[in-house]
Ligand binder design. Sequence first.
Ligand SMILES: Nc1ncnc2c1ncn2[C@@H]1O[C@H](COP(=O)(O)OP(=O)(O)OP(=O)(O)O)[C@@H](O)[C@H]1O
Length: 400
Amino acid sequence: MIELQGLTKRYGDKTAVDHLTFTVRPGVVTGFLGPNGAGKSTTMRMLLGLDNPTSGDVRIDGKHYAQLSEPLKYIGALLDAKAIHGGRTAYNHLLCMAQSNRIPRHRVDEVLETVGLSAVAKKRSKGFSLGMGQRLGIAGALLGDPEILMFDEPVNGLDPEGIHWIRNLMKGLAAQGRTVFVSSHLMSEMALTADHLIVIGRGRLMADTSMSDFIEKNSRSFVRLRTPQQERFKDVMSRAGHTVVETGDGAFEIADSDAAALGELAAQHQLVLHELSPQRASLEEAFMQLTAESVEYHAGGQMGSAPAGGPGAPVPAGMGAPGAPAAPSPYGASPYGPSPYTPGQGAPQGQPGWQGQGAQGWPQQPGQGGQAGAPPAPPAPPAGQEWGAQWRDNSKKKGR
Ligand SMILES: Nc1ncnc2c1ncn2[C@@H]1O[C@H](COP(=O)(O)OP(=O)(O)OP(=O)(O)O)[C@@H](O)[C@H]1O
């Protein structure tokens, strides 16, 4: 169990972590989310004694990290996969770690096998790909067979097979009753992996809740409908007290309604429906809804002002349609404010703004991190590259 009590970290006049109080419990995967610069890495570093809190307290199974005599047996962590001695072989790197914590040598072979690096165990890690380095970092976290595991962006650089593997690994570790605390910007991945979420923004706690509650509380549900009899449909639904919003792609949305009831109402009025689908927003959307106010680092472009990702990009609900929405949305001009995302869909490609950085379906760059100052307005990235990657600063990440 990891317990934080009023944990605070200030760097000069910058408050990176602001009175954080929460508990990470065993038996579930707890996701740690927050926009760039929210304070996730700083929190994790304090947990491992790599940074001292300005005030407050953080304990691992009731003890401070410094009080753990052989810490790798209590907590295994992956903070920065690149923070290793490149001249050492994978085997020797792990052996050094093992010897420093009186972990038997056979564990080195076991964890190399677990992460799939046995064949390159005698190779120097400086020649490793990003994904191999990540696997080596994960091997180090597993070495002491600890009850608590903490991973900062563990899927960075992993291929789809590797992502699938780490997902199952984390779930398996939690199922064994261990405490698993993981940060990631990949919302789609987090949605598949985490059971519980801790969300922070500008160093402060914003949510400490189950995944399902988080999505339910921070997003809306609605029914999407499509009909060839549009005018009569709007008339019938409005008379029945429903607020109909045109999506811009020929469909309609009705919020907080039951799909079956809407279908029956349509049938009573002999309306033909080509689509009737209940929708629930994604984790990504719920996250953006909650943290919109606390996003610290914006790209130069205005959210929503850029083209929505080129051909094939989803058309945002209530936006882009010739003709205004049939009714005002509770979220403003679009049901999702300035976010150009269609409910339930991933981030459109080519979208500037932090929200796009590492969002669903976007590859993360190595060692990505927050930045100490406001970024310059970024130039357009080459096709296929991630927006924002070019101005990230990893210098503050110390790793282990
Ligand atoms: N050593 C440091 N000196 C000064 N400021 C720092 C230092 N480390 C972090 N910060 C600042 O503290 C804030 C929190 O940074 P942190 O890296 O913890 O955020 P994060 O949530 O991990 O971000 P990201 O998702 O981008 O990795 C940022 O504003 C960052 O610039």
